[in-house]
Design a protein around this ligand. Sequence first.
Ligand SMILES: NC(=O)c1ccc[n+]([C@@H]2O[C@H](COP(=O)([O-])OP(=O)(O)OC[C@H]3O[C@@H](n4cnc5c(N)ncnc54)[C@H](OP(=O)(O)O)[C@@H]3O)[C@@H](O)[C@H]2O)c1
Length: 256
Amino acid sequence: MTDHVPYPMDRSPQPHRTAVVTGASAGIGREFARRLAATGYRVIAVARHEDRLRALTDEIGPGHGYVTADLTTAAGRQQVADLFTRERVHLLVNNAGIAVTGRFATVPLERTLEMMRLNCDALVTLAHAFLARARPGDTLLNVSSTLAYAPTPELGAYSATKAFVTSFSEALWAEHIKSGVHVLSLCPGMTATESQPHPDVPAALVQTPQQVVGAALQALHRRNRPTVVSGTGNKLFAVAARALPRRVLLTALGHV
Ligand SMILES: NC(=O)c1ccc[n+]([C@@H]2O[C@H](COP(=O)([O-])OP(=O)(O)OC[C@H]3O[C@@H](n4cnc5c(N)ncnc54)[C@H](OP(=O)(O)O)[C@@H]3O)[C@@H](O)[C@H]2O)c1
């Protein structure tokens, strides 16, 4: 049997449960893929860089697969959405996301729109493909951010995409609560990854992907809430951001 090949893969033996993880070639998504594989999931990893996906599947062992797709394109989104028509998928981790920083009007518009296509269009497209076929016990996990609660200057469109992700996910949670399909919004705070190393931030305020995914897996196990914020500091931040008067919050964020 070929161990690690692009999807479609050799399907023998059939492991019990299958998870699709987007943005699995790096950061939080890669950690999801590693941990889910370690807990017995067959993982189908999605990202653009095939070399990284192959390295991941080499690492996590036989039976896993990957799909190379650019989720900012309609063709890439469709390619991954089609997976759900061919495969019985029990868990979708909608993790792929990017952050565009800088004053909105000084950043080329196309970069912001591309971010919206990945953070919102791709997440919605794959959520739809997954939920249309989901059965009791299945789970959709959408990776959001604590910035869902904090419209942050110079990250305005990014914060807005994450407010969208959490709001959308929470509505889906309620929509599916009686069906046995669980929808979870994961809100990490600052997490040290390749694209966002946060070098100037005190280490105590930055989590590792391992910590973030650990919190997510606990929440997935409990299946009792629509949203999980990873880490005590991030939980306090989210509570404060929701409690503060808007003007106070926005002024404070403008001075960070
Ligand atoms: N790091 C943080 O501080 C932080 C905080 C809160 C929330 N988050 C959220 O957590 C998620 C993961 O973030 P991260 O920091 O782990 O990111 P990361 O290390 O930059 O990894 C991003 C992943 O997304 C994939 N990706 C990027 N563009 C893509 C595209 N067009 N099509 C398909 N895949 C694409 C990348 O793979 P390829 O390049 O191979 O395509 C990579 O696997 C994101 O949704 C992010 O918004 C991160």
